[in-house]
Ligand binder design. Structure first.
Ligand code: PLP
Length: 423
């Protein structure tokens, strides 16, 4: 029989007893002298090893005769544009293949909007008091980019179907709202994927700003962890259908396919946007690393090649996700209201939601030698108003360490909750 414990219905005496027992268990972890890092979504060394063969590829002449070692072709190697067109769901001429970071491309485009505006802007975004929509919890570094430039960050609740579209549709009535951050597939940190309705509403909504942009960061578009992957509609297609094809800017990268920080990033958008962006990029750079672009295409070949390569990642990553989820289930599942968590079909993260003790839980883990992502990191300005969310990044640590860290985390959630109830 399943025995359900409810701390929130316990009397003080029983809570005190539970507190002492949890403290003993917690001290046991502290005495182990752990030194584990689960703070960032990074591939493990074993995953990085999967791509080492790419470095033996020395061919440098592209299929149209371009010498990838030299300057030129700011828009990217033609075969790389075709490759990313498949990945992003666009035409090759709608793709710009960039350098080693998609975040860097996003930063550049926020800056372009801020300083000059886009081709459809009546004035630069910085001319007024611009705002940016931030579905939260979300990717901390997205929020940081728009905070850095001086946008007002407007929080929109993230639902299992994507951003709360009732709120988004209301907020875009304000002309100062210039854009929204989106991670449409396996969102960071919840692992949620946008529903068809969400994508269609984002495409069709009337925005007061004529130059409103959707930053569509498809960072996890090939990172499936099950045989029944999530699917998200193509935002460029949906926008085109309703006559708003200049609204979306789509991004992806091979950071977690090959080497983070040494891979290839790309973007896709309407031809009008691509032309405008390339014209403006001209003042910044002569060409990106086409040698690396070609190496990646020769190694991964096409969308099928990427899928086969990602299957190897899955063999390593899936057991880690399963380990965390099964420990949560065993250790937290029989506690009424204590915590709930997401069970993603892909991506890099699991979200754990506590009863307002995220900060204290992270602190307890840290004091026992396990570093987690800082509580609140997934919210604009780093502030989780209810102090609930903890982002779990299971990929980097070896399985055994991950098990220990997750057990400790479960003890820390209970200890922090009981502590709060006794306070
Ligand atoms: N976008 C999302 C949603 C991410 O989670 C990350 C990395 O964690 C990035 C972008 C960074 O991508 P890149 O290495 O291409 O800059």
């Amino acid at each position: 029989v399943r025995i359900v414990t409810n701390y929130f219905a316990m009397n003080r005496e029983d809570l005190e007893e539970e507190y002492q027992s949890l403290k003993r268990i917690y001290k046991g972890y502290c005495d182990k002298g752990l030194k584990l890092d689960m703070s960032r979504g990074k591939p493990s060394p074993e995953q990085l090893d999967l791509s080492m063969d790419m470095l033996s590829i020395r061919d440098y002449i592209g299929e149209t005769g371009i010498d990838s070692r030299n300057y030129g072709n700011l828009e990217g190697m033609p075969e790389a544009r075709t490759f990313f067109a498949q990945i992003l769901g666009a035409k090759p001429e709608e793709v710009i293949v960039g350098g080693n970071s998609s975040l860097n491309m996003m930063y550049y485009l926020v800056e372009l909007g801020w300083r000059s505006g886009f081709a459809d802007s009546p004035r630069p975004w910085s001319a007024g008091k611009p705002k940016f929509l931030c579905p939260a919890p979300g990717y901390d570094r997205h929020f940081r980019v728009t905070e850095y430039f001086g946008f007002d960050l407007v929080t929109v609740p993230m639902l299992p179907t994507g951003p709360d579209m009732d709120q988004v549709e209301k907020l875009v009535q304000d002309e100062e709202v210039k854009g929204i951050w989106c991670v449409p597939l396996y969102s960071n940190p919840d692992g949620y994927s946008y529903s068809d309705e969400t994508v269609r509403r984002l495409a069709a909504m009337k925005t007061a700003a004529p130059d409103f942009k959707i930053f569509w960061d498809n960072a996890y578009c090939v990172h499936h962890l099950t045989d029944t992957p999530d699917h998200v509609l193509n935002i460029l297609d949906e926008c085109r259908k309703v006559g708003c094809e200049d609204r979306p800017l789509m991004f992806c990268s091979l950071s977690k396919v090959t080497f983070p920080g040494a891979s290839v990033a790309a973007m896709a958008a309407s031809l009008k946007n691509v032309e405008y962006i390339l014209k403006n990029m001209f003042s910044m750079i002569i060409s990106y690393d086409k040698f690396n672009q070609l190496r990646h295409v020769k190694f991964l070949k096409d969308a099928n090649g990427v899928a086969a390569h990602m299957e190897k990642h899955r063999q390593i990553v899936e057991p880690k996700f399963k380990t965390v989820l099964s420990i949560f289930d065993k250790e937290l599942g029989d506690y009424e209201k204590l915590a709930h968590w997401t069970k993603p079909n892909g991506g890099y993260f699991i979200s754990l939601y506590t009863q307002g003790v995220a900060k204290r839980t992270v602190q307890l883990c840290k004091e026992a030698g396990v570093v987690l992502t800082g509580a609140g990191a997934a919210y604009p300005y780093g502030i989780d108003p209810d102090d609930t969310n903890i982002r779990i990044a299971p990929t980097y640590p070896p399985l055994e360490e991950l098990e220990t860290a997750t057990h400790l985390l479960c003890v820390a959630v209970k200890l922090a909750t009981v502590e709060k109830l006794l306070a």
